[in-house]
Design a protein around this ligand. Sequence first.
Ligand code: CU
Length: 236
Amino acid sequence: MSKTTLRRRTFVAATIAAVTGTAGCVAGSREGAGGTDTAAAASTTTSTESHDDGGHGGDEEGHHEENTHHAEETETSHDDGHSSDHGHGVPEEPSASATVNLVTTDEGYHFDPHVVWVEEGGTVTFHNESGSHTATAYAQANDKPQRIPEDAAAFDTGMLTESGAEHEVTLDTPGVYDYYCAPHEAMGMVATIVVGKPDPHDATGLAEAQSSLPSGAREKIHGLNETVNGMLGHTH
Ligand SMILES: [Cu+2]
């Protein structure tokens, strides 16, 4: 398959998700009006069960209202799979550099924080805190669906096995980058880097999760998209 073909497919998926809202969410394995309840039941945790009251105030927002609702729910539910308090500090603006810890705990595996935001040309340092992990971009070059900008380098730290091991990547292309841990992707060890000030309507990494991805990863991506849309003010 050519890169061009993949890009077209990705774009179509993104467009459908943006236009249809709810339909895109259903396709992403969250069904019905249950919202976070359904998502929690389908994932490995029950930590979000009590958050169905998350401020579903106005339906006056227009064609992207579903995105708005999901963004609101995300404020309380994006920690799917992890019950600790990490990751709640969603960045408010890009910084020159960021560090992401790769962590194994009794509760599971995760990137901490889940979302970082750096300037164009900024760096992200992956720091292996515990366990063995990778940070691998969702990209065709890594034999995965494309969830980073088409013209961006597809980073892959390779397996980091020693505590304290680090791998730094430089991100020159603005956009939304989703990445995963190779051994723990199916358990939802997936996270996002935002670079610069991308247009949320045209960000590959904000498309609905591809159906070929494991359900644990799709659930995580759904929540990450909500978080990033909120972060980028994509609530019109
Ligand atoms: Cu891992």
